[in-house]
Design a protein around this ligand. Structure first.
Ligand code: XMP
Length: 513
């Protein structure tokens, strides 16, 4: 399949470039700035991203432009534009005309294929300290703002375009037009990426890659692993064995419901109720990290014991998706949280890794899920932490506390599924993630009928986010909150108070523990 390479120089908006290209049904790969692939005929163009560095910084990222310049179409964005100019006889300086935020293209050459369809004064988004003061001799200016003469330039001798603004951000109002001009008109993208084509190609590739080999996959009930399993099932059928471990801290009836859904999809699933072991090992443990460690360790033990029984397995499949990979490829050294649910399979099993979703973003995984005919409820599921409700119960874990939390949480989440907002969208679908926390280390006084109660509060949590790296608390409708609160207090024995968590991340996190 044709692809565009985006070379990442560490800009915060690099992923957004990728996103925009996917919206244009064009396959792209984001790679570290120095990892341009050798001899890959499917690469039809390259985009150089922005960067936190100035081209003059000693530690600025360097790339060998001769790998692609003059060979395939190139688009430099911000640092990318400055870098190309800097390396080809142009000049980049600190002039004091730093431009941040909105600007307008006072002049724009709409005859140039990059700006076809642009309006005069089109709004763009600038974010640069240095500015280009001279461009390479074979280049000409194709757009300027009142302050920035070289807002965009293009070569007259080779397929090279460069813009100092950021077409990928929302505030560049015709940014998508620009990217479409580059990707479709200039690079010749056939816009062939679609969930259907993805499924078709991937199933074919998986058949070739796996042949008659047996594959093991750990299911969590979440979207990624479920889509991964369904895709593999389509490719290799019964040669796929899925293992779904119940640690006892899933949502109410979830294990049974998810198993039913998996069986409905024709998956070959082994469900293991290991709750006994988990509860025993967690007894009396209150420290959040300790709880996580125990659950992680037990999980691996249970999973491995089962996986080892499949003696002829050759592959371990995982639902790793693109953002997971970008995080691990991150070049700027940002600390990113990784939560691995399955880890450390014994080396002697010698399994090769199969990750068919590794190029997809979350919403693309969902689109593939629909294409595969998976149930909507499974596809739209909010993320759920690997350690489950254990990180939503303060203090030690007991079966009784899990039961109380499951009841309260079920009321909250079911009401969210049933609440239709004014714009017609279901509340559950508007929220990135929602859950209930049992504040079991706290008791407060209440009154029910004529009786004094002394029980635990629960905190409801709902956040909006795009990647869980940052999140804001969701502004849920008051009538919805009133109904949920009433139902929880009336129906869940052990809870006499309901609070709503209005903390954003950072500084709080999504989970309480
Ligand atoms: P935090 O609490 O760090 O969570 O804001 C970010 C996202 O990660 C999920 N999460 C986990 N997922 N194992 C997981 O598989 C874990 O230990 C874990 N802790 C948090 C959390 O639900 C949110 O989506």
């Amino acid at each position: 399949m044709q692809k565009i390479i985006i070379l990442d120089f560490g800009s915060q908006t690099t992923q957004l470039i990728g996103r925009r290209l996917r919206e244009l049904d064009t396959f792209c790969e984001i790679l570290p700035y120095n990892k341009f692939p050798k001899d890959d005929p499917s690469v039809i163009g390259v985009i150089l991203s922005g960067s936190p560095y100035s081209v003059h910084d000693p530690e600025a990222f360097q790339v060998d432009l001769s790998r692609f310049l003059g060979k395939i179409p190139v688009l430099g964005i911000c640092y990318g534009a400055q870098y190309i100019s800097h390396k080809n006889g142009g000049k980049v300086e600190q002039t004091g005309t730093r431009e941040y935020g909105r600007a307008n293209l006072a002049t724009v050459d709409t005859e140039n294929p990059l700006f076809r369809g642009f309006d005069k004064n089109s709004q763009v988004w600038m974010s640069h300290g240095d500015t280009i003061t001279a461009i390479p001799s074979d280049c000409k200016i194709i757009a300027s703002t009142s302050d920035v003469k070289f807002a965009a330039y293009a070569s007259t001798t080779q397929p090279l375009w460069a813009v100092q603004f950021h077409p990928e951000v929302f505030h560049s109002l015709q940014g998508t037009t620009l990217l479409k001009n580059f990707v479709v008109d200039i690079c010749g993208s056939k816009q062939e990426w679609s969930p259907a084509s993805y499924v078709e190609t991937t199933v074919k590739e998986l058949k070739e890659q796996l042949g008659n080999d047996r594959v093991i996959l750990g299911l969590s009930g979440g979207v990624d692993s479920s889509v991964c399993a369904t895709l593999l099932n389509r490719a290799i059928g019964k040669n796929l064995t899925c293992i779904f471990v119940d640690h006892g801290m899933l949502r109410k009836n979830e294990f049974a419901k998810v198993m039913e859904a998996y069986e409905g999809l024709g998956l070959n699933v082994i469900g293991i109720d290991a709750s006994e072991k988990f509860f025993a090992d967690l007894a009396g443990v209150t420290d959040p990290e300790q709880k996580r460690k125990i659950i992680g360790r037990d999980f691996v033990e249970v999973f491995n014991a089962e996986a080892k029984k499949i003696t002829d397995a050759k592959w371990l499949a995982q639902g790793t998706i693109y953002p997971d990979r970008i995080e691990s490829l991150s070049i700027t050294g940002m600390v990113i949280k990784s939560h691995h649910n399955v880890g450390g399979l014994p080396k002697e099993m010698n399994l090769k890794l199969c990750e068919p979703l590794q190029w997809l973003f979350k919403d693309e995984v969902r689109r593939v899920g629909y294409e595969l005919g998976m149930p909507e409820r499974l596809i739209k599921r909010h993320p759920f932490p690997g350690p489950g409700l254990a990180v939503r119960i303060l203090g030690d874990i007991t079966r009784e506390k899990v039961r109380i939390l499951q009841e309260a949480d079920d009321i909250y989440i079911e009401n969210m599924h049933n609440y239709v907002c004014e714009d017609g969208e279901v509340l559950y679908d508007k929220v990135w993630q929602a859950g209930t926390v049992l504040l079991s280390t706290i008791r407060s006084v209440g009154v029910m009928g004529d009786e004094r109660t002394y029980e635990h509060p629960v905190a409801l949590r709902a956040v909006t986010s795009t990647d869980a790296m940052s999140a804001d608390w969701a502004q849920l409708p008051y009538d919805f909150m009133a109904k949920v609160s009433n139902e929880i207090i009336n129906k869940v024995k052990g809870v006499n108070r309901v609070c709503y968590d209005i903390s954003s991340k950072p500084p709080a996190t999504i989970e309480w523990e």
